[in-house]
Ligand binder design. Sequence first.
Ligand SMILES: NC(=O)c1ccc[n+]([C@@H]2O[C@H](COP(=O)([O-])OP(=O)(O)OC[C@H]3O[C@@H](n4cnc5c(N)ncnc54)[C@H](OP(=O)(O)O)[C@@H]3O)[C@@H](O)[C@H]2O)c1
Length: 281
Amino acid sequence: MAEGRAVLVTGSTGGIGTATVGLLRQRGFTVYAGARGRADFGPEVRVLPLDVADPESVAAAAKRVAGEVDGLWAVINNAGVIVQGPLELVPADEWRRQLEVNTIGPASVIREFLPLLRAGGGRIVNVSAATGRVAMPLLSALSASKAGLEAVSNALRLELAPWKIPVVVIEPGTTETEIFTRAGAAADATLQQADPARLKLYRSHLAAYEQAMTRFKPGPVDKVAKTILRAVEARRPKRRYAIAEARTLGAILPSLPAPWRDRLLATATGLNNLKPQAAES
Ligand SMILES: NC(=O)c1ccc[n+]([C@@H]2O[C@H](COP(=O)([O-])OP(=O)(O)OC[C@H]3O[C@@H](n4cnc5c(N)ncnc54)[C@H](OP(=O)(O)O)[C@@H]3O)[C@@H](O)[C@H]2O)c1
């Protein structure tokens, strides 16, 4: 099916990225595995140095690929991070990191790789999340970044229609990868720098949230990789492929009246019935 068609996967060193690279390779694609650090997928995969948050790195990556292939069949914008915590405690640098990796990064990748996509009759596959359609408390930065990616996808679909370049959104459910451990470590580092009085205000929020998160049972990465493969191989890909609980979270919650939605989300995240904490308590 793939006949050596070339595809790019960003964030290839992570859970979903690695599984996707493996599957695409098995199906015969020529895979460019974007990685900002060391990566080794064996001789059949082309590792491509790529930090999506660095425009020079993105431009250099596109230049190299253009020197090796005539066109691309798919760009899979998979690289992503989670910045978590109450907005009051998340500094601007962390917000910037969130938006640069999850929203501006994919936009830069698309901009630089579009000539190759046009030449290859290719498609864009953006890995979003249910937070792109339903903003979650204590995840305002992540929600903003994925809502931004959704907006980019919707606008681009129309902009690129004359060239028949499909723009697909993948919406994984909670998936077993290192993303949560990484996010937790970054949040711990941030909270250590936070004003202790302000941090105290959010103790109950943070405890309730941690408890609520244990209820989400992560699914396997293979399920997401297989869905990405479907989007890459489909003759006429759908606009969106939602997986597991993203189907209900992302599809049903946004259609509810706002007061119901707020109540459901507050309950699901354990933030209902919290009493205001005093900084001194
Ligand atoms: N896991 C889930 O439950 C879940 C749910 C919904 C959506 N998603 C989305 O799925 C995608 C993949 O996430 P994952 O769960 O596989 O996470 P992961 O295991 O943490 O992998 C994230 C990948 O993104 C890369 N990355 C981070 N910053 C980068 C940058 N500036 N430039 C290039 N690459 C960068 C990481 O590279 P380094 O190794 O160099 O840091 C890593 O390869 C993300 O977009 C995420 O939002 C995940």
